[in-house]
Design a protein around this ligand. Structure first.
Ligand SMILES: [Zn+2]
Length: 452
């Protein structure tokens, strides 16, 4: 390329020289007259003069361009370096956040904020840095400022929801969650948080709308949505009963049972209302179906109530009918043992408890054995032996939260420990792994929980 250009230059120079020689060899005169001025010159001199004039014009034009363009170029260079320093500060800030150094991150965040006029970029760093450094006000300021930016508003809301929840300001957290839900109703954590918050303060209908929206957008799986809806209906049935509307309460409980008969809270709720309505036969059918899917001592108690039987020996027969729905379950053996104990059938009670306990009797089995020996007037040494065994025995099934593992005395729809809805299951301990961090566990639970 360079060689070609040099060659072209040589050709041009040679042509110019030949032209000049040609002109010089052919002398001719040029005369110009202008307002009394007269110019006599040769053609060659005039040609040289014109070329010099053109070159001078080009030179002047280039000089003007250089002078006029200089300040802009200078400013451009300065701005470039300012932005570069800003991005460097931003990068260092992000690295400090990743390393968990809040103070350092805040220092870089302030620098980046000053150098880069891009709040969308720097606000996030400022918020994270403030959070890390424990500067709650600073974090709140940054998150609130994000709300003004369309792109950042959702992120700001997420930060504010977390912060207001930690502050215990539920009403404000709910308001933020509702706003986040309007922005992105398809985001799982938004649906999850809003649903739990609404359930926590007993807004059952609003929670059901959130759940329905989550189901439509496939944020909540069909199976999970079914059981959650059933539990919401149980709560609505309780509320209807409190308001004095027994018919509504029963209708809602029936709807819940149609959705999730395998949830103990659902079957016991419907049976309870059926007994109250004087329909013991229907209640018994409900409980038999519930027992086959998920047996529980509450259901056994309701079954005896539904039968209306008061004669202890006949109550054993009633309990046999219920236990037959799931004969191999420990709850069936324990329910029969309890009925036998109440009827004074010590031998039978012992037999049922031995079957229930197997090689490693649980606390409940050991305590019931001690009661049998006590009431059968056996050796006191036997009673003490069972009570001693109870101290080291494996724990029984109980109401345990599948999200946080908390233990509850009785069933409730919202976990008292972590606030999750519908996570209490009648289970033995150790049936849930505690390997995943709580928030992921909660999300997994929300999306794919086993029913029961
Ligand atoms: Zn919990």
């Amino acid at each position: 390329m360079t060689i070609l250009r040099t060659l072209l230059w040589f050709v041009a120079a040679a042509a110019a020289m030949l032209g000049a020689v040609w002109l010089a060899e052919r002398p001719g005169a040029v005369t110009a007259e202008f307002r009394g001025w007269r110019l006599d010159t040769s053609v060659g001199a005039l040609a040289v003069g014109i070329v010099v004039l053109i070159l001078l014009c080009i030179g002047l034009w280039l000089l003007y361009r250089w002078i006029a363009g200089a300040p802009g170029a200078l400013l451009d260079g300065w701005g470039d370096s300012r932005r570069r320093r800003g991005y460097r500060a931003l990068t260092q800030g992000l690295a400090a956040v990743a390393a968990g150094d809040g103070g350092e991150a805040q220092k870089h965040a302030r620098k980046a904020e000053k150098l880069l006029a891009e709040p969308a970029l720097t606000l996030l760093l400022s918020a994270q840095a403030a959070q890390l450094a424990g500067d709650r006000d600073g974090a709140k300021r940054a998150f609130t400022a994000m709300l003004d930016d369309e792109q950042m508003a959702f992120l700001g809301l997420r930060g504010l929801i977390g912060q207001t929840l930690r502050d215990g300001n539920q009403a404000q957290a709910l308001a933020y969650a509702e706003r986040a839900f309007q922005l992105r109703p398809q985001t799982p954590w938004v649906v999850h948080s809003l649903f739990d918050m609404q359930a926590q303060i007993g807004q059952w209908k609003a929670a059901q709308e959130t759940l329905d929206s989550g189901l439509r957008r496939r944020v909540v799986t069909h199976d999970k949505g079914r059981t959650l809806k059933a539990l919401l209906l149980v709560e609505r049935s309780r509320a209807a009963e409190r308001d004095g509307s027994a018919a509504d309460a029963l209708a809602l409980a029936r709807e819940a049972f149609g959705l999730a008969p395998e949830r103990i809270a659902v079957s016991s709720r419907l049976a309870e209302l059926q007994i109250k309505a004087g329909d013991g036969k229907r209640a018994a059918k409900t409980l038999e179906r519930g027992w086959a899917l998920a047996p529980h001592p509450d259901l056994a108690e309701l079954y005896l109530k539904a039968s209306g039987e008061t004669e202890p020996l006949k109550r054993v027969g009633v309990m046999r009918r219920l236990a037959a729905q799931k004969p191999d379950d420990i709850e069936s053996h324990l329910a029969l043992a309890q009925a036998s104990l109440d009827a004074g059938l010590w031998g039978e009670a012992r037999r049922y408890l031995e079957t229930a306990g197997g090689a490693h009797p649980t606390v409940r089995v050991c305590r019931m054995m001690a009661e049998v020996e006590e009431r059968a007037h056996s050796d006191q040494a036997k009673v003490h032996e069972w009570l001693a065994r109870a101290a080291d025995a494996p724990a029984d099934r109980a109401w345990r939260c599948s999200a946080c593992g908390a233990h509850h005395e009785s069933w409730r729809s919202v976990c008292e420990s972590c606030g999750a809805f519908g996570t209490l299951h009648w289970r033995a301990p150790g049936t849930y792994g505690q390997v995943l961090p709580p928030e992921i566990r909660a999300e997994l639970e929300f999306a794919t929980s086993p029913t029961k």
